[in-house]
Every structure is written in structure tokens, then in C-alpha cells.
Design a protein around this ligand. Structure first.
Ligand SMILES: NC(=O)c1ccc[n+]([C@@H]2O[C@H](COP(=O)([O-])OP(=O)(O)OC[C@H]3O[C@@H](n4cnc5c(N)ncnc54)[C@H](O)[C@@H]3O)[C@@H](O)[C@H]2O)c1
Length: 115
């Protein structure tokens, strides 16, 4: 009985508003953690990936895991492979910024690409 009373008291102290604050903070954590300690955009190595196929996903994911790298463009002659590359990059960064090319020469001509 005593336990039930103290549980009930704890419940009343933890309001719906408190719950929403904690849940909101938890939901924001991944994006905050991703940004923490990351070099500014101008100090990141910008990368364009050419050819998705079998090797592209793993190689690209290695760069996506590096805080000082930013994959900014993808190229593949195969439309489905190109879409898979763009989707992977955009899903990682949570945006739609990855540029898509079928011709690697257009990707290479981008001034924003380092490698
Ligand atoms: N698969 C392996 O285990 C492995 C291991 C080590 C090295 N490699 C080397 O890595 C390279 C890629 O191998 P893979 O297995 O990923 O090949 P893959 O054939 O699976 O993929 C190649 C990708 O490049 C795209 N592509 C082809 N020509 C293109 C062009 N002109 N412009 C843009 N995209 C183009 C294709 O559409 C495809 O998506 C090869 O040189 C291979 O020898 C492969």
C-alpha cells in the first residue's frame, strides 16, 4: 500500500509537460550530437562519389562517418544506382542536398568538390 502511494505521488509530480520536455530533448539528441565537434562546412573535405555498384556503398559510408568529410555529389550512369547513392547520402545528412550526375565530367567540374 505504501509503495502504491509513493508511486502515485511520483506520477503526479512528473507531469505531461515534463514528459514532453524529456521526449523532445531525446528526439533532438542525434542531430545535436552529429553537429557537436564537427568542423564548420568550410573546413570539411568535400567529396563526390563516382560509381555506386558493389563497392560504392561501403566506400561512401566510410566517408559519411567522418566528421571532417562531406559527400556533396554522386555520379552513376545507371539511374537506379545513382538514386540509391543520393538517397544514402541525403538520409545520412537529413537533407536533400546531394547533387546527382550521370556524367562524371560534370561532377569533376564542380568547384565545390575537393576529391
Ligand atoms: N567488388 C569487389 O569486391 C572489388 C574489390 C576491390 C576493388 N574493386 C574494384 O572497384 C571498382 C568497382 O567495382 P564494383 O564491384 O563496385 O563494380 P560494379 O560493376 O558493381 O559497380 C560499378 C558502378 O559504376 C557505375 N559505372 C560504370 N561506368 C560508369 C561511368 N562511366 N560513370 C559513372 N558510373 C559508372 C555502374 O553503373 C555501377 O553502379 C572496380 O574497378 C573493381 O575492380 C572491386
Amino acid at each position: 500500500m505504501k509503495n502504491r502511494q509513493s508511486t502515485s505521488k511520483s506520477r503526479s509530480l512528473f507531469t505531461r509537460r515534463d514528459f514532453l520536455k524529456v521526449a523532445g530533448a531525446a528526439a533532438a539528441m542525434p542531430s545535436v550530437a552529429w553537429g557537436m565537434g564537427r568542423p564548420s562546412a568550410s573546413n570539411r573535405i568535400t567529396i563526390g562519389v563516382i560509381g555506386w555498384g558493389m563497392m560504392g556503398p561501403a566506400n561512401t559510408k566510410s566517408f559519411l562517418g567522418e566528421a571532417d568529410c562531406q559527400v556533396v555529389a554522386a555520379c552513376d550512369i545507371h539511374t537506379g544506382h545513382l538514386q540509391a547513392a543520393v538517397d544514402t547520402v541525403n538520409a545520412k545528412y537529413g537533407n536533400k542536398d546531394c547533387k546527382a550526375y550521370h556524367d562524371y565530367r560534370e561532377l569533376m567540374a564542380l568547384s565545390l568538390i575537393h576529391i
